[in-house]
Design a protein around this ligand. Structure first.
Ligand SMILES: O=P(O)(O)OC[C@H]1O[C@H](OP(=O)(O)OP(=O)(O)O)[C@H](O)[C@@H]1O
Ligand SMILES: O=C(O)c1cc(=O)[nH]c(=O)[nH]1
Ligand SMILES: [Mg+2]
Length: 183
């Protein structure tokens, strides 16, 4: 599956000067909601990502809201597992709400649309582990961490991108006066 072509085709591959969740700046932004709004593309992505973990005995999939909600659903459907999501807890972490529960010892796969630092998916992982879940893998549509993100379990992505990302004080786009976009 040519994932980047799907991002491109759906207008989800943005070029400019973007503020990332981590505070880093980048000339490229993958707007996954624009891709995942198409159920057929979302399902195809879910099947491709699920396939990478089909031997892991996954009981449930979890992703960090919002980007991880649709993705968790389509991957879980492909794996015949439950689809959970974690939400911001207002204190910098994430938690399970809305009656979503984990049975202690259940094996789970954490999914993320785009991994930059991995901090967001790590918060969802902590929320599931706090309820007794056992992490067996991390899956992403796009890994743009440059090999930096690691979770102590297999981390597999549909595509790995080497994209420039800068600390604000070292950002050449800022130096050139390119307006910063918060997407
Ligand atoms: O690996 P990280 O450095 O944490 O960055 C990547 C995260 O940033 C985006 O989510 P965002 O927090 O913008 O919110 P959203 O999912 O609600 O769009 C994206 O969906 C990932 O969750
Ligand atoms: O790091 C991020 O916040 C980020 C990068 C990206 O390409 N897409 C996205 O949704 N978030
Ligand atoms: Mg997100």
């Amino acid at each position: 599956m040519d994932v980047l072509e799907l991002y491109r085709r759906t207008g989800a591959l943005l070029e400019g000067h973007f503020l990332l969740r981590s505070g880093l700046h980048s000339p490229l932004f993958l707007q996954s909601a624009a891709l995942l709004q198409h159920p057929l593309y979302a399902e195809a992505v879910g099947e491709a990502l699920g396939k990478l973990f089909e031997d892991e005995g996954v009981d449930f999939v979890i992703g960090p809201a919002l980007g991880g909600v649709v993705l968790s659903f389509v991957v879980a459907k492909a794996l015949g597992a439950r689809a959970l999501f974690a939400e911001k807890d207002g204190q910098g972490g994430m938690t399970l709400r809305r009656g979503l529960t984990v049975n202690p010892g259940e094996r789970f796969l954490a999914v993320e649309d785009v991994v930059t630092t991995g901090e967001s998916v790590r918060k969802a992982i902590r929320a599931a582990e706090a309820r007794g879940g056992v992490l067996v893998g991390v899956g992403a549509i796009v890994d743009r961490s440059g090999g930096e993100a690691a979770f102590g379990v297999p981390f597999r992505a549909l595509v790995r991108l080497g994209v420039p990302q800068y600390l604000p004080e070292a950002c050449p786009l800022c130096r050139d006066g390119v307006p910063l976009e918060e997407v």
